[in-house]
Design a protein around this ligand. Structure first.
Ligand SMILES: Cc1ncc(COP(=O)(O)O)c(C=O)c1O
Length: 388
């Protein structure tokens, strides 16, 4: 007996592979994008309190009311977006489940779904699991901006949706008002749905600011916005996410969600509800903290011959290794880096349909404590002298 053809076609996640390698060779892990620090203390207390107060059984399938209300007021506070918590929100097991449910809910087998590349490695398998066809549109370094004409050239009668991720993993690109306007125009002209992954919505660097595509004229009825607590509250293990949008689309997502996981962990929903209601200062401090971490890593990388693309948002930096390892792929170089220099990174080739497009690019994560980043920086500057 063996797994299905589809399952066998999926590679082992590069994140697991690089984390295992980092562990095996004692490398500092700037590979997988999870913080090495915890959620804010008030959220930790809120999760413990929720358990002690008896919130331990299945949650309401589409999310506890207290969390849906907090998500709606967060959307109003930051984006002026009006949502009805009764109909426009579905709470899921992380943004990942929201994305899966959204595709299952709105895409038919054989539909085409545009994926902007390099893209978070979950999108293409999710599109394939709904038996739809992923259609890549490449964003080019150094700025990774959207070329609307390139996007238009990939549209066909079968194009149903476009997956957008802003701020974007892995490139750190924050889509500008102009790019989003162009995207909105294309979606409206071609009657496309936008599925927008905004998990890094609160991690942007001056002068860049996150704009919610759903708030652009003509987009609210055709946009599913996805986010989660993972990045905003350093709580990747809580797997508490959500999908927002117009009632007909969210109602379809709720139907899929009830037969996928039914509900996400109840106590964390109470804790995240508190998190979303934290004062503005929490979100400003988060940005300031990440600005400092970004500076620390960029400073170290600037000491090396790598070509670095400073991010506008997210907690990742992309670099081109060609000047230090012209013959190597990013994958080979990342293995060498972990084993020899003692720092783990992720090769970007896995974020492209054609690995050759990202062959010389790698990604470093800076969602780490200052001492972790300083220790990594000390090793990274060795790249001045050591080459494979
Ligand atoms: C762009 C993007 N979307 C979604 C996720 C996963 O979010 P969650 O842990 O809430 O499922 C990640 C995690 O790295 C991500 O980078």
């Amino acid at each position: 007996m063996h797994g299905s053809q589809l399952a066998r076609s999926f590679p082992r996640s590069i994140f697991s592979e690089m984390s295992a390698l980092a562990h095996a060779c004692g490398a500092i892990n700037l590979g997988q994008g999870y913080p090495d620090f915890g959620p804010p203390p008030q959220l930790q207390d809120a999760a413990c309190n929720a358990i002690q107060q008896g919130h331990n059984q299945y949650a309401v399938s589409h999310g506890e009311r207290v969390l849906r209300q907090a998500i709606a007021s967060h959307a109003a506070r930051w984006y002026g977006q009006k949502l009805d918590p009764e109909t426009d929100i579905c709470v899921t097991c992380g943004a990942s489940e929201a994305l899966w449910c959204a595709l299952q809910a709105v895409v038919e087998p054989g539909d085409e779904v545009i994926v902007l590349e390099p893209s978070f490695d979950v999108y293409v398998p999710d599109v394939r699991m709904v038996r739809a066809i992923p259609v890549p549109v490449v964003l080019e370094p150094p700025l990774f901006r959207l070329d609307p004409e390139r996007l238009r050239s990939r549209l066909t009668k079968r194009t149903r949706a476009i997956i957008v991720n802003t701020p974007q993993n892995p490139t750190g690109h924050v889509f500008s008002a102009e790019e989003l306007q162009a995207l909105a125009q294309i979606c409206i002209e071609h009657d496309l749905l936008a599925i927008v992954d905004e998990v890094y919505e609160h991690i942007t660097f001056e002068p860049h600011a996150h704009i919610r595509l759903a708030t652009l004229e003509g987009m609210s009825q055709r946009t599913i916005t996805i986010s989660s607590a993972a990045k905003t509250f350093a709580a990747t293990g809580w797997k508490c996410g959500w999908a927002l949008g117009p009632e007909p689309l969210i109602s379809a997502i709720r139907r899929v969600h009830q037969f996928t996981t039914f509900a996400s962990a109840t106590p964390f929903q109470y804790a995240v509800a508190e998190g979303l209601q934290l004062p503005d200062t929490y979100f400003h401090d988060l940005r300031a903290d990440y600005t400092a971490r970004r500076a620390l890593l960029l400073e170290a990388l600037a000491e090396t011959p790598l070509v670095v693309f400073p991010p506008e948002g997210t907690y990742y930096v992309v670099a081109d290794i060609s000047p230090v390892a012209p013959e190597m792929s990013g994958y080979q170089w990342c293995r060498w880096l972990a084993q020899t220099v003692g720092v783990a990174a992720i090769p970007l080739e896995v974020f492209y349909h054609d690995p050759a497009l990202g062959r010389s690019l790698v990604r470093f994560a800076f969602c780490k404590q200052e001492e972790t980043l300083r220790a990594a920086a000390e090793r990274i500057v060795e790249l001045r002298a050591v080459a494979p």
